[in-house]
Design a protein around this ligand. Structure first.
Ligand code: KMH
Ligand code: ZN
Length: 282
């Protein structure tokens, strides 16, 4: 596994501020409007994030992958920040596969690409192999850098299969995010993280991890211990501690900046993240 361009003491922090699962009425501080998202992005960049993983909402704060809204969101984030803009192609569990392919029409720097179907709480997050390969080839054609999202050890094997069959992504780098602790996926434990990292294909150039809910700190600490990068945000966790709600995503970014500093890792700038991931220059 190679991390070719960036010194290993750098830490890529991705913020996932919104997600598709939490309702605005249950969590009014969740950034769901474009204004709230841009404000969040600016504060998280100032706190140390270099990439943003974006889900958007409609006027009723419901998850949407409307391409017009996504395009406006990408543009607004580019105007206000230097963050690498990654659009979710996962959307919500209710989004049809053909709509999820259209996310790339919004021309992001990066897109998430989940490497298999997984049980997702009481739902199913569907990612059949033909969809994965079509989305991957589309990302290659459109010069969008995928982040391979792995919810399970089987997804690691599928990534190896994909790279062996369809070659490297646009830009030549293979960046992975381990999404751990989803009910139905791999647990958010150090043991599971070590097993997943050991199984990553040799083409992998960088990887990060995120732990859902209470697994957030265990996964962050395990990732730092293994030399990985981090994703945090209200998509994945809504409390700082039992009974202490997250009031703003920048608190979660700030916390892992501090953890990173203890581990002698300094936050990567967006420019360094662009180099690491080899996103298309603009
Ligand atoms: N909302 C989940 C069903 C992604 O962004 O690509 C899928 C998800 C993964 O969040
Ligand atoms: Zn997501």
């Amino acid at each position: 596994m190679r991390d070719m361009s960036i010194a290993p003491d750098k830490l890529l922090i991705t913020v996932a501020p919104t997600g598709a699962e939490t309702a605005k009425q249950d969590c009014p501080q969740l950034p769901t409007t474009l204004e709230e998202l841009v404000e969040t992005a600016k504060r998280c960049e100032a706190a140390g994030a270099a990439m943003i993983h974006v889900h958007i909402r409609d006027d009723e704060h419901k998850p949407t992958i409307d391409v017009g809204r996504l395009t406006a969101t990408v543009q607004a984030l580019r105007e206000s920040t230097d963050l690498v803009v990654q659009l979710s192609t996962g959307g919500s569990v209710h989004d049809p596969l053909e709509d999820r392919l259209e996310v790339l029409d919004a021309d992001p720097d990066s897109c998430s690409l989940t490497m298999g179907t997984t049980n997702f709480g009481d739902d199913v997050f569907s990612n059949p192999w033909p969809f994965i390969t079509e989305l991957y080839q589309l990302s290659q054609d459109r010069q969008v850098v995928p982040e391979f999202e792995l919810f399970d050890l089987g997804h690691v094997a599928s990534l190896r299969r994909l790279l062996d069959k369809h070659g490297l992504p646009y830009g030549g780098r293979v960046h992975v995010d381990l999404v751990m602790g989803v009910p139905g996926g791999m647990p958010g434990t150090a043991d599971a993280l070590v097993a997943a990292v050991a199984a990553l294909p040799e083409q992998t150039t960088s990887w990060s991890a995120t732990g859902i809910g209470r697994s957030t700190l265990a996964v962050a600490l395990a990732s730092l211990a293994k030399g990985g990068h981090l994703r945090v945000g209200m998509e994945d966790v809504l409390t700082l501690a039992k009974g202490v709600p997250v009031e703003h995503n920048d608190q979660l970014v700030d916390r892992v900046v501090q953890l990173g500093r203890l581990a002698q890792r300094s936050p990567m700038t967006p420019a360094e993240a662009r180099e690491l991931l080899q996103v298309r220059p603009r």
